[in-house]
Design a protein around this ligand. Structure first.
Ligand code: ADP
Ligand code: MG
Length: 169
């Protein structure tokens, strides 16, 4: 099985993926890392300060990989069997991305993406969404293991839009 751990940058994907990988004995593939390492991109977008992924190359790289966790904010687009969408309060994401040294523009883009449920909306079945706000990574990983075992699907656990609409205007 292929499990996608997706969500806005800063939401906690890599932290949770590592713990989940150990629990399930699955290998974790950090999508951003392999895209850079194996040059699975079309170009570097200076304006966005990120690589434009070549999805054909990336899918080809992943085609023989099974029993893996795909850790990345586009992992839900890589034909997973299960998609876990992590959510987190936009203010916390903002703080985390500031610490990471992201530009103001990149921070705002990501905060807006979280508020607008972008990763969730793009995800195809089976989807299980978790609000990670205030939960520790171990607890989140346990919840994922349980959800997968029981074949659970869930969408619509947060509504940031009502509270954080100011970020969009
Ligand atoms: P992502 O891979 O989604 O960009 P990371 O896993 O790198 O996110 O986490 C971003 C930051 O937030 C890290 O400093 C990490 O230690 C912290 N973090 C991640 N998950 C949690 C959590 N559940 N509770 C508190 N801090 C967290
Ligand atoms: Mg990460």
């Amino acid at each position: 099985m292929r499990i996608a751990i997706t969500g806005t940058p800063g939401v906690g994907k890599t932290t949770v993926s590592k713990i989940l990988g150990e629990k399930l004995n699955y290998k974790v593939i950090d999508i951003t890392e392999v895209v850079k390492k194996f040059k699975l991109y079309k170009e570097y977008d200076k304006d966005m300060d990120s690589y434009v992924i070549d999805f054909d190359k990336l899918k080809d790289f992943l085609k023989d990989k099974d029993n893996v966790i795909l850790d990345g904010h586009v992992s839900h687009l890589l034909d997973p069997d299960y998609t876990i969408v992590l959510r987190c309060n936009p203010k916390i994401i903002e703080e985390r991305l500031k610490k990471r040294g992201y530009s103001e523009k990149k921070i705002l883009e990501n905060v807006q993406a979280e508020i607008l449920d972008v990763c969730l909306c793009e995800s195809k079945e089976k989807v299980y969404e978790i609000n990670t706000t205030g939960k520790d990574p171990e607890e989140i990983a346990n919840e994922i293991v349980k959800a997968i075992k029981e074949g659970k699907e869930r969408k619509g656990v947060v509504n940031w839009l009502d509270k954080y609409i100011d970020y969009l205007i």
